[in-house]
Design a binder for this molecule. Sequence first.
Ligand code: GLY
Length: 385
Amino acid sequence: MLNTEEQRVWLQDIEQRIIQKLDWVSDKSKNKIPYTTVNGVHDDRSVENPSDTHADGINWWTNGFWGGMMWQMYHNTGQEKYKAIANISEDKLDAGLQQYYGLHHDVGFMWLPTSVANYTLTKNPESRKRALHAANLLAGRYNPMGEFIRAWNDISGEDTRGWAIIDCMFNIPLLYWATEETEDPRFMQIALKHADTVMKTFVRPDGSVNHIVEFDPFTGDVVKSYGGQGYGEGSSWTRGQTWGLYGFMMSYIHTGKKEYLDTAKRIAHYFIANIPDNGIIPIDFRQPKEPTFEDSTAAAIAACGLIEISKAVELHEMDLYLKPALKLLKTLDEDRADWTTDCDCILKNGSAAYHAKEHHQSIIYGDYYFIEAIYKLKGTDLYFW
Ligand code: GLY
């Protein structure tokens, strides 16, 4: 996939650095499910901590990524310890299925990188059962009048029965998987309806996407859009753009529907046109010049999506997508990665949301998608989306 010797040397080198880093970090954090780091040390979202302000406990939406990282490492190194650590995460998530409350559309983010990854590699029947359980929960959130999947449960003071969000494009692959696994078409029918609704109501004429669209939950009519985790209404939250970009590619990979590839390309063209010269991705492409908030996670996810598009297009179009992907990854490597033993994370300067209290922290899905992107370039990523 890479054209020059210099690029190939870089890829070999960065893979070695990932292997070296994950070797000791995985030992250190093997009993945790990390989200971020505190003074360089992974936190643990698998323990209920009453002093934490997050309310989701074990059902925190990012709790699948650590397991996903371990499966990518197992797949690429063959080291049994990674499989064992991934299994610890997956077992812990059972408490979430049992609790039920707190689970929402992000069951895809939670059980694709854990149970579906596990089942893909090992055919473990317990993993299949967990993933099917999660797929049924996701399918149960479908609103047939609006033809969308409801995103979150109620947020205090906010009625979210009609809310759909762009991030769900990463959850619906669980429905494609469930149909592929059971031959029951209902799951895929729901995924297709949702993707078609998102194509019509989220993607703007310039290729940018809304974060949240609210539908009337009784009539299905579009009510309004929200800026969500971006700067404001009508803005362009960069991670949301990447959920759309790579998300539509995922739908294309499962269905072969050309409209999904075309939509991924439209979002990609908008994204590429807005990459700043220095390769650092802001939290929102339409945020004010100051403060200069950025989000390394958006860069890593975009790189994954762009590499997938480059694999799906004609040879003469490949570089259009591959070049910016390499620029994003090289910038992350040179300017935003910590390869030392000072931090359990790889990427610095992730940001959950423009209006969040904290910015520029390590976030587990930044590291996950960075690793996935590097293995995609090598052609050896484990694809479970
Ligand atoms: N899926 C929520 C986020 O991207 O922060």
